[in-house]
Write a protein that binds this ligand. Structure first.
Ligand code: ADP
Ligand code: MG
Length: 294
């Protein structure tokens, strides 16, 4: 078994102060091994982006430990953290964030130049990365001359250009036309497998998640409520929220599951329920009158 690439223990993160504190992460534990693709699932507001921002070093934890690629983030100086992020971690977000005044190739070369590589070799490597994803004929185009799918491919090339050990993706296809989403996902997964990169990935496309992820973590109100190999989680989820979530996804053989509806909406993270996070929405509780049945 490969060593841990990501190890979060008891991570807490709140926003705001006093009575208005939003408890975005509440004692979150998570791990992923080198070379694994870890998918993060969960409803809007459950803390996914906060978690990724902490993993990337953009936010700091209030409490708990985050170890990334063998380094404890809280023990690193700001300077060391910046150097670590720029050499070891690639980022792909929903918005492509390309610099409009630079060509596709120049955008891809940015992390290499920032890491001190000479200009000429950075441009050469950037051109090779663009060729790898079939955009060699667009290398000298500006972002405004590219489609959304092509811009995201440039952003993907940029994330992989410095050969990072970990790539972090926050809904990388959700801003794209449905017709190109599968192409972009396939491209990402091909690069991940070819380079043996560790991946942490937020996606809401559960139909796809099942096929591309090694591990799945389901978050709800700032906690991991389900974690495991994706085949195991899809084959037999333990937590009632995961059961409900997956009940909308057909089985591998095309048969449909019994739909498990959840009533109401997710409670406010400023005032989470006591006991199981799914109180008071849990379908296993309905009518039983027994708190904490499962
Ligand atoms: P997700 O990505 O799962 O939708 P987020 O991590 O973005 O969840 O947010 C978790 C909770 O923290 C939400 O209730 C959100 O409104 C709140 N939140 C996120 N960022 C901030 C912020 N900068 N200031 C205050 N509250 C925030
Ligand atoms: Mg988010």
């Amino acid at each position: 078994m490969s060593p841990l690439a990501i190890h979060c223990q008891g991570v807490e993160k709140s926003y705001g102060s006093g009575g208005e504190r939003v408890r975005a992460l509440r004692g979150l534990d998570l791990e992923a091994r080198y070379g694994e693709l870890l998918m993060i699932e969960g409803p809007s507001g459950c803390g996914k982006t906060t978690l990724l921002s902490i993993i990337c070093g953009i936010l700091q934890t209030d409490k708990g430990a985050v170890e990334l690629l063998g380094s404890n983030l809280s023990e690193m100086s700001d300077r060391a953290l910046t150097a670590f992020r720029s050499t070891q971690v690639g980022f792909i977000f929903q918005q492509f964030n390309l610099i409009p005044t630079l060509t596709a190739r120049e955008n891809v070369a940015i992390p290499l130049i920032l890491n001190g590589h000479p200009y000429a070799s950075s441009q050469k490597r950037a051109a090779e990365m663009l060729a790898r994803i079939g955009l060699n004929d667009r290398a000298n185009r500006y972002p405004s001359e590219l489609s959304g799918g092509q811009q995201q491919r440039v952003a993907i090339s940029r994330a992989f250009a410095g050969a990072p050990q970990l790539v972090v993706c926050d809904e990388p296809t959700s801003a794209l036309d449905v017709s190109v989403q599968a192409t972009i996902l396939n491209l990402l997964v091909d690069l991940q497998k070819q380079d043996g990169t560790s991946f942490i990935f937020i996606s809401h496309d559960l139909g796809v998640v099942r096929y591309i992820s090694d591990k799945i973590a389901v978050l709800y109100l700032g906690r991991v409520v389900e974690f495991g190999d994706s085949n195991q989680v899809f084959g037999g989820p333990h937590h009632p929220y995961t059961e409900a979530l997956l009940s909308s996804v057909p089985n591998i053989d095309g048969t449909v599951r019994k739909r498990i509806p959840l009533t109401g909406s997710v409670p406010s993270p400023s005032n989470p329920p006591s006991g199981c996070v799914l109180n008071p929405r849990c379908p296993r509780m309905a009518g039983s009158g027994v708190e904490g049945l499962c």
